[in-house]
Design a binder for this molecule. Structure first.
Ligand SMILES: NC(=O)c1ccc[n+]([C@@H]2O[C@H](COP(=O)([O-])OP(=O)(O)OC[C@H]3O[C@@H](n4cnc5c(N)ncnc54)[C@H](O)[C@@H]3O)[C@@H](O)[C@H]2O)c1
Length: 450
């Protein structure tokens, strides 16, 4: 490509699909993205620090529920995808997407160690004509502060030699409608050439690209989206507490409000929030704003309310057992669903873990059932799930519905349980039996005939 600028050469390689794309971090975000790039015809090099993940993928298997093993096997077989722990393989890439974790530290500040390590990897393998895009959710300013200085130190000028952008990932695990390909992708580049190239790359495999003026704007878009969810879940959880005190059915109130065809968006209460995004991401923004002497009150309040929900669920268990003249101490409690949301197999930050811990602290004997999860490791303690049978249900003093998976036979639970604490309203349309149902959010106890 003699005579072409690095920008022109890279654009051409993207447009004619001869570019090689590197993906750093092959988890919930990186793996679906790598598959989309490969399906678009690019050669994809996936780099992950986990030997286990790379071996699994090269064997044509998948560790991510939403990515079928058959797709991995096909792109490996066609030579379009390799997964490796050898970062030197990224040197052949024309573009890098970074999708590594952004957790919180013990003090709930951003833990940037993974992004910094990935930025160092990218910098070591960078060459003139390379595009580097950060996808990990993070505080506004990260792309400019963490990615740019090491690239500049290597003598690469951003916007001329190398191109840097931020493009937040919006994947919604378990969503049957929206996947990587049909979810619009926001892109913010350091320079116009950066946003142009990043947009061209993603447009090759994602239906709609939404360019914004800067990486900071793109970083903030993601934080607004997830803060919006956190705050609205906090609001509706507070409404559940309000309804509980007033003796009103919160689910009925929400469903009726949702008939308004404008100006209302339905959120539902529950046992708390989980996953890698909603409980963590808003704290990245809160932390950043604290450095600017500003307190993000909505974030703090929503977090406070949402994090109290597991304790409310456990209080309901105590109330329910009390109705049978039993104490939590010594009672057998079955936690139904431990994933952080329905129809997925992810327990990260799941409120079910808090519910289990709080029940055990009060002396309950806790078991769990989750159709997607066989074992849960919490505080170094490995626990195995139990089968959901009439006998296992009947053997419990109370069943607590924490996650409303779609493939659980709730009528079976209703038919065999003595007491059900229903934090998700899964029992609403079941045939009533002698099981007492205690709702998260109405000061009432229902059973057949009541
Ligand atoms: N999971 C989601 O639903 C979701 C949705 C949108 C955005 N995000 C964001 O995307 C980012 C990634 O999240 P995830 O859920 O995919 O995480 P994940 O834990 O599923 O995957 C991350 C992968 O990165 C690997 N890794 C860690 N450090 C590395 C390094 N230095 N170099 C190479 N690989 C490394 C890990 O081994 C792991 O396989 C986070 O910032 C998260 O907030 C996640």
């Amino acid at each position: 490509m003699a005579g072409k600028t690095p920008r022109e050469a890279l654009l051409e390689r993207i447009q004619n699909r001869t570019a090689t794309v590197g993906v750093i971090g092959l988890g919930y975000v990186g793996l679906p993205l790598a598959v989309e790039f490969a399906k678009a015809g690019f050669h994809v090099v996936g780099f992950d620090v986990s030997e286990r993940v790379c071996k699994l993928l090269m064997d044509g298997k998948s560790h991510i529920q939403d990515v079928p093993a058959s797709e991995i096997a096909a792109i490996v077989r066609e030579g379009l995808f390799v997964a490796t722990t050898d970062e030197a393989a990224l040197a052949q890439a024309d573009a890098l997407s970074i999708a590594v974790p952004t957790p919180l530290s013990k003090t709930r500040d951003p833990d940037m160690s993974y992004v910094i390590a990935a930025a160092q990897t990218a910098t070591r393998q960078a060459h003139a004509g390379m595009l580097v895009v950060l996808e990990s959710t993070t505080y506004p300013g990260t792309t400019r502060e963490v990615l740019l200085p090491p690239l500049s130190e290597r003598g690469l000028t951003v916007g001329e030699d190398v191109f840097v952008a931020f493009s937040p990932e919006r994947v919604d695990p378990g969503n049957p409608v929206y996947h990587t390909k049909n979810t619009p992708k926001v892109v913010g580049g350091i320079t116009p050439a950066c946003v142009e190239l990043a947009s061209a790359l993603y447009a090759s495999c994602i239906d709609r690209i939404v360019p914004v003026a800067s990486p900071e704007a793109a970083e903030l878009v993601k934080l607004l989206e997830n803060t919006f969810r956190s705050v609205n879940i906090g609001l509706v959880n507070e409404m559940a507490i309000v309804c509980d005190k007033l003796g009103v059915d919160v689910w009925e109130v929400i469903d009726a409000a949702a008939t308004k065809p404008f100006g209302f968006m339905k959120f539902t209460p529950g046992p708390g929030i989980g996953g890698h995004c909603i409980p963590l991401d808003p704290h990245y923004l809160a932390w950043k704003m604290r450095t600017l002497n500003y307190k993000t009150r909505f974030i703090d309040l929503a977090s406070e309310i949402n994090s109290q929900m597991p304790a409310l669920v456990v209080a309901k268990v105590a109330l329910a057992l009390n109705g049978d003249k039993k104490a939590v101490n010594g009672s057998n409690v079955l936690v139904l669903g431990v994933a952080y949301k329905r129809d997925i197999d992810d327990v990260r930050e799941s409120p079910a873990l808090d519910v289990i811990r709080l029940l055990e602290e009060q002396g309950a004997v806790v078991t769990f059932h989750d159709p997607y999860i066989d074992t849960v490791r919490e505080d170094g303690h490995l626990r195995h799930g139990v089968a959901l049978t009439p006998a296992s249900i009947a053997a419990t003093d109370a069943v607590v519905v924490v996650t409303d998976h779609g493939n659980v036979d709730y009528q079976l639970v209703m038919d065999n349980a003595k007491v059900i604490v229903d934090s998700r309203n899964v029992t609403r349309n079941l045939v009533k039996t002698n099981a007492r149902v205690v709702s998260l959010a109405a000061n009432s106890v229902t059973r057949a005939g009541l």
